[in-house]
Design a protein around this ligand. Structure first.
Ligand code: GLA
Length: 687
């Protein structure tokens, strides 16, 4: 066993929780890194791997993510030989470590000894080991074993000079977020007691007077297990809130152990993606020393690259505008979608620089070397099965060199001109089992608005309802069905103070207890918007709705009346023919409140949002005539950097003056960006 290097670390710690900006190890530049699962390989391969990592310029490696069965092969018996050795090798090579606590997947001895930790689905069936993450978030037994492991890992490596970041578990809640077993039921009841105090309050919040659901005591409450009919929506919503909190509690428990042994920043990898929605990251983010996200292009969506931009903007929102870390992405295909597409030449670089443009200060990958066995053997990696004599490896090395040239912009902040409100609670509530139409889902509405703004050249900050809107000219609110009074008030105050807002259909409908705000939709925003909706009238998928102006729409119409707003367009056909479809209320302070009562076709939505932005005096940074050129600016007080990412198959010129730090070439008046290329211009004067 190698001796660990315990020499003191030169860290400037200014408060109890070190932040990314006080950590020299995390702000030296744009980090380039990967997950490394050396447990899969013979030790001879480790040395080759470390040499190759140096060749590729890897400087941050995530280790021990799935290490539990290796470092604790039998209960209470620890073997750190392998981990010591690989940490030593990486340290000698000057590579920093993002050290996993190793608790993400329980070893077989644990589930064999304690099958009660296994999660249970809504239908009461057990989820067995043999995959990963087979543990119930509320299991006290699992927690005890996990924290014992964290204690050992933190004790051993807490002062190691190579450890730059702690990585708690892995993608908490990826598979096991919702557990319905008896132990979770007990924990859920405890959570409800703390939230409501009395059973009467709970009955009122859940509307249990309907369908004979009134509880006489907390003991009667179960998680929302499978039922014959639709389940109580309040119960389902609170179970989501509880489940998110239960895993956050697990994160806190591991973090508390780490802090007793180490000053190194702590994080976990979020999953801000289109298909995972079980954690309310607005409540999680403040507890991270630095926000980290995993992102994979999702080819089940119509516009995977547009979703990447949204996820990046949302991750930056979670980081409060500070730089964040892309903890995982893929070099090529994944293995878990129905059709796993390879990346086109150059796409890896464009995707990576989109993340950097939108605030990432680290670009990391799953995983270093492609597995030969196991579930992910057909998942791409930095070292593919084909080896290093491959185009993929060459692009990886090239990307790493490009990121080195961008080191100087680490720590700068993204400049955005529009804010978009997004809420996980709303996602849970709006996409409930019983809703006006299953053809409309919340995230698609959010994506549609974000993509439209992006196409028009805007950079969008994604913020939580209730967040300060100061500094924005325009705020967009897609389908915010659930909204608290105080959150609605922030929006009204913003508009009354001269701000411009665009609210879309199915917003403002219920309060935080999922209780309809009576008197006409969109309840919480009715006065602000100057409209009142009497009835929803969605249409079947495929039906085209035409507006009086000739605009096209689909999926949704409603019977709206203008009460103070100007009608800009109305339904020409369909179930709401003659009723307003787009309205605008001018506010005395110079602001405006727009309402869109249907799902507009993309081009028509672009037109409406451009008009709203122009009215707000918000000028896009990108060129709306070249929607395939992604234009984003990062800046600090001294300098600004303009990202020009050409996603098209033709060269594009864009106004800029300075130095292209990717190519090293001077730029005078206009940058010429060839098809598929990226320029990052250090601009001559600060923005
Ligand atoms: C997630 C996990 C990784 C790996 C990748 C594959 O991000 O954290 O362990 O499974 O997905 O895409």
């Amino acid at each position: 066993m190698e001796t660990l290097d315990q020499e003191a670390r030169a860290i400037v710690v200014t408060d109890e929780r070190p932040s990314a900006t006080t950590q020299p190890s995390l702000r030296e530049g744009i980090a380039f890194g990967c997950d490394y699962n050396p447990e899969q390989w013979d030790r001879a391969v480790w040395r080759e791997d470390v040499a190759l990592m140096r060749e590729a310029g890897v400087d941050l490696v995530a280790l021990n993510i799935f290490g539990w069965s290796h470092i604790e092969p039998r209960p209470g018996e620890y073997d750190f030989d392998g981990l010591d050795e690989i940490i030593g090798l990486l340290h000698e090579a000057g590579i920093r470590i993002n050290l996993g606590t190793g608790t993400s997947s329980a070893p077989p001895w644990l589930t064999h000894r304690h099958p009660e930790i296994l999660p249970e689905a809504a239908d009461g069936t057990t989820r067995f080991p043999g995959g990963r993450q087979a543990w119930c978030p509320s299991s006290a037994v699992f927690r005890r074993y996990a924290l014992a492991l964290v204690e050992k890992v933190a004790e051993r490596y807490g002062q190691h000079p190579a450890v730059a970041l702690w990585h708690v578990s892995n993608e908490l809640g990826c598979h096991n977020a919702l557990c319905y077993d008896d132990e979770s039921a007990e924990a859920f009841r405890g959570w409800l007691r703390a939230r409501y105090g009395t059973i009467e309050r709970l009955n009122s919040a859940w509307g249990t007077s309907f369908w004979s659901q009134t509880y006489s005591a907390f003991e009667e409450i179960l998680p929302p297990r499978l039922t014959l009919s639709s389940r109580n929506p309040g119960q389902v919503l609170d179970f989501h809130r509880f489940s998110s909190d239960a895993l956050l509690d697990h994160y806190r428990a591991e973090t508390a152990v780490l802090r007793r042994h180490s000053d190194v920043p702590v994080t976990t990898n979020f999953m801000v993606t289109a298909h995972i929605r079980n954690l309310d990251y607005w409540t999680w983010a403040p507890e991270m020393d630095v926000v980290a996200n995993d992102h994979y292009l999702d080819h089940r969506l119509a516009e995977p690259a547009a979703e990447l931009s949204f996820a990046s903007d949302l991750t930056r929102g979670l980081a409060g505008g500070e730089p964040w870390l892309l903890m995982e992405q893929s070099t090529g295909s994944v293995n878990w979608q129905p059709h796993n597409l390879a990346k086109a030449p150059g796409q890896l670089t464009r995707n990576s620089l989109s993340h950097v443009a939108r605030g990432a200060d680290a670009i990391c990958f799953f995983q270093w070397r492609a597995s030969l066995q196991g579930s992910e053997k057909f998942h791409s990696a930095l070292v593919p099965h084909a080896g290093t004599d491959s185009d993929l490896w060459r692009e990886v090395v090239d990307l790493s060199r490009t990121l080195d040239r961008l080191d100087e912009l680490a720590g700068t902040r993204v400049q955005a001109d529009v804010a978009l409100l997004f809420s996980w609670e709303n996602w849970w509530a709006a996409d409930g089992e019983s809703r006006p139409t299953h053809a409309v889902d919340y995230l698609s509405q959010v994506h549609a608005m974000h993509a439209s703004l992006t196409r028009s050249g805007h950079t969008v900050d994604v913020v939580r309802p209730g967040a300060s809107l100061e500094g924005y000219g325009l705020v967009v609110v897609p389908s915010l069905y659930l909204v608290r009074d105080e959150e609605a008030r922030v929006l009204s105050d913003f508009a009354e103070a001269g701000g411009h807002v665009v609210v879309t259909f199915f917003s403002g409908i219920v309060d935080e207890e999922d209780r309809v705000r009576p008197g006409g939709y969109p309840g919480a925003f009715r006065d602000l918007l100057g409209v009142s909706v009497e009835e929803f009238a969605p249409v079947l998928p495929g039906q085209v709705l035409t507006l009086a102006s000739g605009r096209s729409a689909s999926l949704w119409s409603e019977r709206t009346r203008a009460r103070g707003a100007e009608v800009l367009d109305s339904f020409a056909d369909g179930p709401s023919a003659g009723r307003p479809a787009i309205t605008r209320r001018a506010l005395p302070g110079g602001g405006a409140a727009w309402y869109i009562a249907t799902h507009l076709d993309a081009a028509d939505l672009d037109g409406v949002l451009r008009e709203a932005a122009a009215g707000a005096g918000v000028v896009p940074i990108g060129d709306p005539r070249e929607p395939g050129l992604e234009v984003v600016r990062r800046a600090n007080e001294e300098r600004s950097y303009l990202f020009l990412i050409n996603h098209t198959d033709h060269a594009i010129d864009h106004p800029a003056t300075g130095i292209d730090i990717v190519s090293g070439d001077p730029v005078e008046g206009a940058a010429h960006v060839p098809a598929g290329f990226v320029s990052v211009i250090r601009e001559e004067s600060a923005a």
